[in-house]
Design a binder for this molecule. Structure first.
Ligand code: NAP
Length: 487
């Protein structure tokens, strides 16, 4: 580790952020956080257990009424100060994120800015929570509609966007007046602990937030979800874990927001601007080393341009430099762990066995880290396993199609429905296909859809609810109607 890296790791609190105070876990247990680029342990941090979860819940339940009664402007200002602190410390936080997650430093900087924007956006939303007033149709009564915080929330986040997935949930929860317990991913807890420190500095009252890294995720979250005092769970992660949490939420009839897995189709029609489509595919595929729920998983190119598109894409992918995210010139970092790399290799092998051609890449990178080469596969048969499985790595399979109907049918032939991408210059086709695609989001002639000011989320097995945009705060608010009679 360089001096700068050691300093950044040194600065982070290694204890639990329990009800606004830094504390060791009740058992005294710790666990190691690894750098995926060299498998070295960066540091040891406190490992929360069931008791710590219950302490956090006691604090969240206790703090809820007073927190719900704070002035919206006060909550807004805490968020705005946190936004400023994140941006002031962008560089150190980016280094920390790259160390624990592996993404290239430039992308980590981008994620800090993206994460901070959720706080700025929800600082603005906190003071715009509106209700309604109406006269009943028969004129005999009046309706007063008010919005109130849902109550204590359980927030569970994945490792691939360690900061932004936290702020995307914490931002609206604070804006709405909910208390919360955040359980970050085991592989990337340092960003979440740094975020907790920033929120504390920004003036978040004690008890409103706890951050509990743990090696026993289910052991902590299940007792909380079944307790009755938690009123909502907001989860980002795999569909399999999301289903389990939905089952656990049923007992106490919890509000749920689920941002789950994806299998994004990327459609390129003959009439597309091919340069723009290749640029878009590079972004949609390679953002975050391909480890994004929004990653283009299946690229469908119309037969007239499929070969040229694949050639240009391979040229761009082949020019990318694989390496440690903190080294200058690195375009692609390591995958998160060995299991992830083995999974990607298995999917590539399966496609090749079924007749796909490797245009570039196709194997692991060098060194002790979990590197995988940027890969383009052509002539991928529809039956290949990667057509139905989230790849979560730097592999771009190109499949070809003849007609618009065939492309839409293939794009929708999946249980997932998070995002799809579409490149065409024909306005009618753009509208027709956008309406026909069964996904919560469509990137029309653009390769990135994530934006704090837009409603992010999926349909089908990709999830429930939306994060960000005007509707993001709704997930943390209940609607109460007061019927006024005696007029
Ligand atoms: P994951 O295995 O589902 O883990 C996500 C989180 O759930 C982690 O904090 C994990 O803790 C926790 N968890 C695991 N088992 C649990 C249990 N039984 N009870 C409670 N919590 C549990 O997913 P991942 O591999 O970290 O992330 C990749 C997945 O997230 C992909 O499918 C990706 O598409 C999806 N994702 C979706 C979005 C979206 O917005 N739709 C955004 C980003 C990622 P541990 O770390 O301890 O396992």
């Amino acid at each position: 580790m360089s001096d700068r890296e050691a300093r950044v790791v040194e600065q982070v609190e290694k204890r639990l952020f329990l009800a606004g105070k830094w504390q060791d876990s009740s058992s005294g247990a710790t666990f190691g956080v690894e750098d995926p680029s060299n498998r070295k342990v960066l540091c040891e941090i406190a490992d929360a257990g069931k008791e710590d979860g219950l302490h956090a819940l006691d604090a969240a339940a206790r703090a809820q009424p007073e927190w719900a009664g704070t002035a919206p402007r006060e909550r807004s200002e805490i968020l705005y100060r946190s936004y400023q602190l994140l941006m002031e410390r962008q560089e150190d936080l980016a280094v920390l994120m790259t160390l624990e997650m592996g993404k290239p430093l430039a992308e980590a900087r981008g994620e800090i800015a993206y994460a901070a924007e959720f706080f700025r956006w929800f600082a603005e939303e906190a003071v715009r929570i509106e209700g309604g007033f109406a006269t009943s149709p028969d004129g005999k009564s009046r309706f007063l509609v008010m919005r109130q915080p849902v109550g204590p929330c359980m927030l569970i986040t994945p490792w691939n966007f360690p900061m932004a997935m936290g702020t995307r949930k914490i931002g609206p929860a604070i804006a709405a007046g909910c208390t919360m317990i955040l359980k970050p991913a085991q592989q990337t807890p340092l960003s979440a602990l740094a975020l907790a420190g920033i929120l504390g500095e920004a003036g978040l009252p004690e008890g409103v937030l706890s951050v509990l890294p743990t090696t026993d995720p289910g052991g902590i979250t299940e007792p909380l979800l079944t307790d009755g005092r938690i009123r909502k769970v907001s989860f980002t992660g795999s569909t399999a874990v999301g289903r389990k949490l939905l089952e656990q939420s049923a007992g106490q009839v919890l509000r749920t927001s689920m941002e789950l897995g994806g299998n994004a189709p990327f459609l390129v029609f003959d009439d597309a601007d091919l340069d723009a489509a290749v640029d878009g595919a590079m972004l949609a595929k390679m953002r975050n080393i391909g480890e994004a729920c929004t990653a283009a998983n299946r690229i469908y190119a119309q037969s007239g341009i499929a070969e040229e598109f694949s050639r240009r894409l391979s040229e761009r992918m082949g020019a990318l430099r694989l390496g440690r995210g903190l080294e200058d010139g690195t375009d692609v970092g390591p995958l998160i762990d060995e299991k992830a790399r083995d999974k990607v290799q298995g999917l590539v092998d399966d496609a090749v066995e079924r007749g796909a051609r490797v245009l570039v890449g196709g194997g692991p990178g060098e060194g002790p880290g979990h590197f995988y080469q940027p890969t383009v596969l052509a002539d991928v048969p529809f039956a290949a396993e990667l057509s139905t499985t989230e790849i979560f790595g730097p592999v771009a399979p190109v499949l070809s199609f003849d007609t618009e109907e065939e492309a839409v049918r293939a794009a929708n032939d999946t249980e997932f429905g998070l995002v799809s991408y579409l490149y065409t210059q024909d306005l009618n086709r753009a509208m027709r296909v956008s309406e026909a695609l069964e996904t919560g989001m469509v990137g029309l002639n653009q390769g990135v859809v994530s934006n704090p000011a837009a409603p992010f989320g999926g349909v089908k097995h990709s999830g429930l609810g939306r994060e960000g945009g005007r509707v993001g705060i709704d997930e943390f608010l209940d609607t109460k109607y007061v019927g006024i009679g005696g007029l």
